[in-house]
Ligand binder design. Structure first.
Ligand code: PAF
Length: 304
């Protein structure tokens, strides 16, 4: 089992002393409800660092919807087991008051995420990325990691944190780890436990939509064809699944592409609400996905 500290300040004393001794500090920020996706992040830090720290903090600043915050799963005992098995040395579980002393009044200093946050998750969840950048800036300041590991599942988050680290001159290397998937291809997410069996089955359309777009790209389809391929697959699950966006973007600017240039510069992004649970996923155009190919029903076209 890893050591546990409820104080970010105390954890910072340990990590900064270790860094001063030349140790490489790996950091995995999380909101708990740890699953195999988080374990992969911790394992990646373990392979590269001398001291591995995981934070568990359900950050109220990044939830616009109070009920989403209240329903966020909290599973500390299980989290400690997952973190320990993956090689974490120290888990820090700070209180809201340590990160935000004025809470529930907003913090006096925040970090604004900027234009990369304008679209997609940022548009559907106003203020979300400002909450993410603010908490990550504080966690980095407190822990002083050499390496911080994030999941590529939250592609827009990783792009924004990467920009923040560059713009604020943080002395930390960032590592993005490919999405870990369920056997049917659904991206691992702490939110998956909230899906009913029917919603869980419907959610499997999301990785299938990514596969369909990749197949369209392989046949020479442009952004419009890829977007349509994704939308068609999601439409097959429409009784429970409400798509938010299905887009092809430039992987750096996150702006929609009107033509596919260099294949590696494009990224497929999907968000959908499945029976009240918001899920996101993404992939490169030619990235091998661990998603089984299953036939899917195409929706019948209505005559005009
Ligand atoms: O990805 C998450 O779990 C959160 O957004 C993060 C990075 C831990 C910040 O609260």
């Amino acid at each position: 089992m890893p050591e546990v500290s409820t104080s970010l300040a105390q954890a910072g004393v340990v990590t900064k002393a270790a860094r001063a001794q030349g140790k490489r500090i790996g950091f995995v920020p999380t909101m708990g409800a740890l699953h195999a996706g988080h374990a992969a992040l911790i394992e990646a830090a373990r392979e590269r660092c001398d001291l591995v720290v995981t934070s568990i903090f359900v950050n109220p600043l990044q939830f616009g919807d109070q009920s989403d915050l209240e329903r966020y799963p909290r599973t500390l005992d299980q989290d400690l087991e997952v973190a320990g098995a993956a090689g974490c040395d120290l888990v820090v579980t700070p209180e809201v008051a340590e990160l935000y002393p004025t809470w529930p009044e907003p913090p006096s200093i925040t970090v604004t995420a900027g234009p990369l946050a304008r679209r997609w998750e940022g548009a559907s969840r106003p203020g979300h990325f400002d909450g993410v950048t603010t908490v990550v800036a504080k966690l980095f300041g407190a822990i002083g990691p050499c390496l911080a590991v994030f999941g590529q599942k939250d592609f827009q988050q990783l792009a924004i944190v990467t920009e923040m680290v560059e713009q604020l001159f943080y002395d930390v290397e960032l590592l993005g780890i490919p999405t870990v998937r369920e056997p049917d291809g659904l991206a691992r997410s702490s939110r998956n436990v909230r899906l009913s069996p029917q919603a869980r089955a419907a959610a499997a359309a999301i990785p299938q939509a990514l596969l369909a777009a990749q197949a369209s790209a392989a046949q020479g389809g442009g952004p419009a064809a890829l977007t349509e391929a994704m939308a068609e697959v999601l439409a097959g699950a429409r009784s429970l699944l409400v798509p938010d966006y299905t887009v092809v973007v430039d992987r750096r600017t996150l702006e929609p592409l009107v033509a596919l240039g260099e294949p590696n510069s494009a990224r497929l992004l999907i968000a959908a609400v499945v029976d009240g649970v918001r899920l996101i996923d993404n992939a490169g155009l030619a990235e091998p996905l661990e998603v089984p190919t299953v036939p899917h029903d195409r929706p019948e076209r209505m005559e005009p």
